[in-house]
Design a protein around this ligand. Structure first.
Ligand code: MN
Ligand code: MN
Length: 474
């Protein structure tokens, strides 16, 4: 190929590449340092409630104030609002009139896991064991959740309203919990003919709790009673308290570097705490923005964005009207509508990266690769884009200008081959408010598994992209 032709190629073609290529050691140090903070944070934030309380701590340290405790907001004011301890929004007030719109980053902080049933604890007299019955949350491949150490995280609210938080299985000498699979020697008939979805069935996701009977001759179920006694001694719990508890079984242990070059991070909950954390850091680092920066972190995305802590609730509108009233004093519903319509948003959510074991599900030219930057997904949905979000061409051009103008490495992609599957995000619920929105976040492989893999370079590019977005004018 002649030199002339390759210049033409450079001018006309588009080919995203590896972020790591040609980076100076200073930049690589920066990427690693940012990811050390990320690993620590997601290791400590395995439920929505834990994410919110750890985020609140960071916001408090960085000058953000509780919205309800403020009367008047001015450019540079930083505020947050927590909803039911499971969902929150925070903002940095911009220099421009807030009615001209805000720049909004939206992501979700719930992740797939095993939740407990209302009456979870039982004793199996045949197996001589006590165990917990679960109901899985979100879309999981159930067979991935067996034979792996699990930790118990959650909150128990007693009848009198007092509460106790549980976190068992994360410290070095804590016990862990597990769902045990059937041994291969005896699985030929029972599991051998089952389809993938049923290799482990929902009712088989039973968590082992113990095997020591209580010293009480009269008691019927002595092993179960002993577990209740331990819970009562340590947490003051009785069996009925499980009814008003939210206890999540999540993979135990910290996030780990993956690969000999340590380019990746393996952890539970990259979906979508990678976007939650990068949004949080972007908002903390944003300096006197022109437009008001908003980050909203939702619960319940993994079960359809339902409920009053999910993206289909009125929480964002309510938060934005609070900001409007506190910056402009008296305001009209029309002011809020103008503000919503003039706002721009990114739905921060992870995308599916190419897994070398299963390349066939992707159409390679439109597939996201680990280490190639933040993924911009114009449309989501399944089977003809149903139930997805499809960003407008004008808005996609704005996003390109933003990313290229800030030298952020990015890649456009879709979720798998046409009709291979699909999925949605919080984007469509925010689009319902007549806000322009597009999905953008890092690619992940092994999504929804107990050990998801992400590239450190993509986490960092996502942070840079989110920060640039919060700081931009139109
Ligand atoms: Mn997600
Ligand atoms: Mn998900």
């Amino acid at each position: 190929m002649s030199k002339e032709e390759s210049t033409l190629e450079k001018k006309l073609t588009f080919c995203p590449g590896n972020v790591w290529k040609g980076l100076s050691s200073d930049v690589i140090d920066g990427i690693n340092k940012f990811n050390d903070g990320y690993k620590k944070f997601i290791g400590d934030s395995k439920t929505e409630r834990e994410f919110i309380s750890n985020a609140k701590e960071i916001l408090d340290k960085n000058g953000f104030k509780e919205l309800s405790k403020t009367k008047k907001l001015a450019p540079g004011s930083k505020v947050y609002k927590i909803n039911k301890n499971k969902n929150m929004a925070f903002a940095v007030i911009g220099r421009e009139d807030i009615r001209k719109g805000c720049n909004i980053l939206a992501s979700h902080i719930d992740s797939p896991r095993l939740d407990l049933k209302g009456r979870p604890l039982f004793e199996d007299g045949d197996a001589m064991m006590a165990a917990l019955k679960t109901h899985y949350y979100g879309s999981i491949k159930k067979y991935q959740w067996v034979n792996t150490p699990l930790a118990i995280h959650g909150r128990v609210v007693k009848e009198d309203g007092s509460s106790v938080d549980l976190c068992i299985g994360e410290e070095g000498d804590d016990p862990v919990f597990a769902v045990s699979d059937l041994l291969p020697h005896l699985s030929k008939i029972l599991q051998g003919e089952r389809k993938m979805r049923e290799v482990i069935k929902g009712e088989e996701l039973i968590v082992l709790m113990g095997g020591i009977p209580v010293e009480d001759e009269e008691a019927k179920e002595k092993i179960k009673l002993n577990i209740l006694k331990i819970l009562n001694d340590r947490y003051g719990m009785v069996e009925e308290d499980f009814v008003s508890a939210e206890i999540e079984l999540v993979p135990a242990g910290p996030a780990r570097d993956v690969g000999l070059d340590r380019s990746m991070v393996g952890a539970y909950g990259h979906d979508d705490r990678a976007c939650g954390y990068t949004s949080l850091m972007a908002a903390v680092d944003v300096k006197k923005p022109l437009r008001t920066s908003i980050v909203v972190l939702y619960d319940k995305e993994e079960i359809g964005s339902v409920g009053n802590t999910g993206a289909s609730s009125m929480f964002l509108e309510s938060f934005m009207s609070d900001l409007l009233v506190r910056t402009k004093g008296e305001s009209y519903i029309k002011d809020l509508q103008n503000m919503l319509e003039s706002s721009l948003a990114i739905s921060g959510d992870v995308s599916a990266g190419v897994n070398p074991s299963f390349k066939g599900v992707h159409e390679m030219k439109n597939a996201a690769k680990l280490g190639c930057g933040i993924v911009v997904t114009k449309f989501t949905g399944a089977g003809g884009k149903f139930s997805g979000n499809d960003a407008h061409a004008e808005y996609m051009a704005f996003i390109r200008r933003l990313l290229n103008g800030n030298s952020i490495r990015w890649q456009p992609c879709g979720l798998g081959k046409v009709d291979e599957g699909g999925g949605g995000t919080v984007a469509r619920f925010i689009a319902n408010l007549n806000i322009d929105i597009v999905d953008a976040g890092p690619p992940v492989i092994g999504m929804h598994s107990p050990f998801e893999i992400i590239s450190k370079a993509d986490v960092y590019e996502t942070y840079r992209a989110y920060k640039a977005f919060l700081e931009t004018g139109i």
